[in-house]
Every structure is written in C-alpha cells, then in structure tokens.
Design a protein around this ligand. Sequence first.
Ligand SMILES: [Zn+2]
Length: 181
Amino acid sequence: MRHQNLWAPWRISYLQGLVDEPAKPAQDQGPGGCFLCAAFDVPLKDEQKRQRMILLADERGSLMMNRYPYSNGHLLVSPKKHVADISDLSAQERSGIMALADLGNRLLRKAMHCQGVNMGMNLGRCAGAGVPGHCHMHLVPRWQGDSNFMQVCAGARVIPQALDESYAMLCEALAAVEKEK
Ligand SMILES: [Zn+2]
C-alpha cells in the first residue's frame, strides 16, 4: 500500500483518479440513484438501516456513518432535499441540518469519547465533494495524537468490524440522548 494512512486507503486512489472521474459517478444520479436520498426510503427496516449505517432520517435530514471514512466514526449529515449547495436550501432546512450536526457531535463525544471534531462541507467536485449533487456535512471525530495511532495500529482489514462496532455504540448513544429529551 502506497499511502500511509491505512484508515482511508481508498481516499488516495480516489484523489489520484479524480481528474479522470466522470462528471456524474454512478453514486450520484439524482434522487433515484443517490445514496443520501436513499436514507429517506420509507419504511427502512433496522437491518437495512444498519447496512447503510443510517442513524436517523427525518424531516430535518439524515445522519449516517460514512462507509468510506477518514477515521472511525466519521459521520455524514445531509438535508432531505437533493441539492448541490446549502444556498439552495431554505433557512429552515439549513437549521435542520445544523440541528443534526449538533446531535452528531454529541453522539460522537458520548459514544466514541473523542476529544475534538472536524466539521465541514465540500461544495462542488473541485472542493472535494464525493457526491457533489447532494450537499452534506462531514463530522470527523478526533483524538489526541490520533493520526499517529492510526498509522501504526489500524489495518484495512479491521475497518469493517470497527465500523460495525462504532455503529452499534452510536445507536446506543442516540437511544440514550432521545430518552433524555
Ligand atoms: Zn440525493
């Protein structure tokens, strides 16, 4: 493996292939073929939610784990509406995804005990958006000294299992937070 960061070995090949990438990859064919829109398919059974790593999908938007994460616990927040830019959302829709970002932040701290969180959006393919047609926010949990730890300890093969475990922990934290309301 050429890339040192084993948590995201697919990222570098994606970036290397970026120039040749078609304008619209299969994952981003509008509401019909968009995995962010698919979170709102109703009714999703628990097993389907688990497979897609969806924590929550309601009128505000969706909160799910990224299956191609920068680090374990990497979350995605997206609006329900399939639009490329947050400027295409209403003020209410924008505050909806902000509420979900807040929830995601709390879940990461509760379930993953992270010490920090990177939160941000890539709008447009040249800005790094993997699904440029459906804007979404990334929440990446961070721990003191995490990049060193991951380079040394994490292997590509442990990722799927680690992601399943994290999903279960985040679901538990979500249930606890909902009970607190
Ligand atoms: Zn979409």
